[in-house]
Unconditional design. Structure first.
Length: 458
């Protein structure tokens, strides 16, 4: 195993390299969807272990009562109300904005892109909701459980044509994407492995007359019970066996850890030699616990190194949601449909990945069109947009809500939004504007900071 001391050893803050607001903000941008002033101050004071544990221990998060009540109402609306798709997106955006367990939502987004499934083909919001909740429930659990559930998920079966795959004519799409995009990666399986695995995934049927193809059920008589050879193993395999065989391949842990590294840290091509391999060894050695590997990443010296902070371009959803969280926007001030519209115009709409490979991250997020739409979103949030029913941001109300004097908002704006990662020009302009901290000057100061190039990065 590669030496972990120089890679994934936990950060130990010192007087010369303290646990500070820059590190806390980095943790929240990567492990959640950014954080506001009070949360940043709390986690600076509580220290690294408490801040990280609070994110990782999602089941014990505080303040769930009101949140869960509203989320449950939105969930019921997906199943019972009109405009099912709009309500589905609103439900998840609400969770991203206000969940006391932001890492849980972050992992749900990660897996949504990994197991990219689009409502365009599934055409049933209830099935997409069920998959969304599957990813939330299992996102930090065991990889084996997640694989087993996704292979029998109704939305996935429709999306990859496993819903009508009888033993006489097995459809290979689900098996192919399971190996190529979900578990092993190109070059670590053969066409024969795909054909044989497809036989093990047969048995599902659906009633084509049902609304949105929702009536799926497993028929044991339609499962191919013959002997199959998959990745060198021979037996009368079924879907659960395919998962077990796949997890036994060294390439599986490497593939998943590379994806986790790219999401939480850097493009994997920039990883120092051995880092991903040592993470994969940890995954294999800890019963494929996703939480275990994510915890190593979030506590590590490497995660907090200068090479990793503000080195990823934020995706549209995390960027749009993140601004609202940084400004401590409250439910009554937020228009969930406006967030969906803004992120869609920037190139990402929840439940609409462009293809089976999901969204392409990094520099692909920045085009002349998407950059203009990002600028429009910033202006809409700060100055308001009546067409989107977005009110103007009220800095004085913000100051009162977070418990700071209006005269101190200049420093709060800089520390909440950029934590020192700004130019001298931005600093000078903010300080000049906040000498007279009326509402318009404070909005202009926020406008100045969020239009800095560094604000595009997480």
């Amino acid at each position: 195993m590669p030496d972990l001391d120089d890679s994934w050893r936990p950060l130990e803050p010192t007087s010369s390299d303290p646990w500070d607001i820059r590190k806390v903000a980095h943790l929240h941008r990567r492990a959640g969807f950014a954080a506001g002033w009070q949360m940043l101050q709390r986690d600076v004071a509580d220290g690294m272990e408490a801040a990280t544990d609070r994110l990782l221990n999602t089941a014990h998060s505080e303040d769930r009562g009101v949140f869960e009540s509203v989320a449950s109402g939105l969930r019921r609306g997906v199943r019972q109300g009109p405009d099912h798709e709009v309500r589905l997106q609103a439900y998840w955006l609400y969770r991203m904005l206000f969940s006391p367990a932001p890492l849980q939502e972050r992992m749900t987004l990660f897996w949504h892109n990994h197991f990219a499934t689009s409502i365009d083909k599934v055409q049933n919001a209830s099935l997409m909701l069920a998959q969304n909740e599957l990813l939330r429930r299992g996102g930090l659990g065991k990889l084996s459980d997640l694989f087993n559930e996704i292979l029998v998920d109704s939305a996935m079966l429709i999306w990859l044509d496993g819903a009508n795959s009888p033993k006489e004519r097995p459809n290979e799409n689900l098996a192919r994407e399971f190996f190529e995009l979900f578990s092993l990666g190109v070059g670590n399986y053969s066409e024969s492995d795909i054909r044989e695995a497809a036989r093990a995934l047969t048995g599902w049927t659906q009633d084509p007359r049902a609304y949105g193809n929702a009536d799926l059920h497993f028929d044991p008589e339609k499962l191919d019970r013959g002997r199959k050879t998959v990745l060198g193993a021979t037996g009368t395999w079924n879907a659960a066996d395919i998962v077990d065989i796949t997890l036994g391949q060294p390439a599986c842990a490497d593939f998943i850890c590379r994806k986790l590294y790219e999401h939480f840290v850097l493009d994997a091509d920039e990883a120092p030699p051995g880092l991903i391999e040592s993470l994969a060894e940890e995954l294999r050695g800890n019963d494929y616990s996703i939480r275990h590997v994510v915890a190593i990443i979030l506590r590590s010296r490497h995660f907090y190194s200068h090479a990793c902070i503000r080195k990823r371009i934020a995706g549209p959803v995390e960027w749009c949601v993140g601004l609202l969280r940084m400004l401590d926007m409250q439910p009554g001030e937020v228009r969930l449909a406006a967030i969906d519209n803004a992120s869609r115009r920037q190139g990402q709409q929840l439940f609409h990945p462009p293809n089976v490979a999901g969204w392409s991250d990094g520099r692909n997020w920045i085009t002349s069109t998407s950059l203009l739409e990002r600028t429009n979103w910033l202006s809409d949030v700060i100055w308001g947009n009546m067409d989107e029913e977005l009110p103007r941001f009220e800095p004085q109300a913000w100051a009162k809500r977070i418990g700071v004097a209006v005269s101190d908002l200049g420093e709060v704006i800089l520390q909440t939004l950029l934590q020192g990662d700004h130019s001298a020009r931005v600093l000078d302009e903010v300080m000049m504007l906040t000498r007279k901290p009326n509402a318009n000057n404070l909005r202009k100061a926020i406008h100045c900071v969020v239009h800095a190039p560094e604000f595009q990065l997480v």
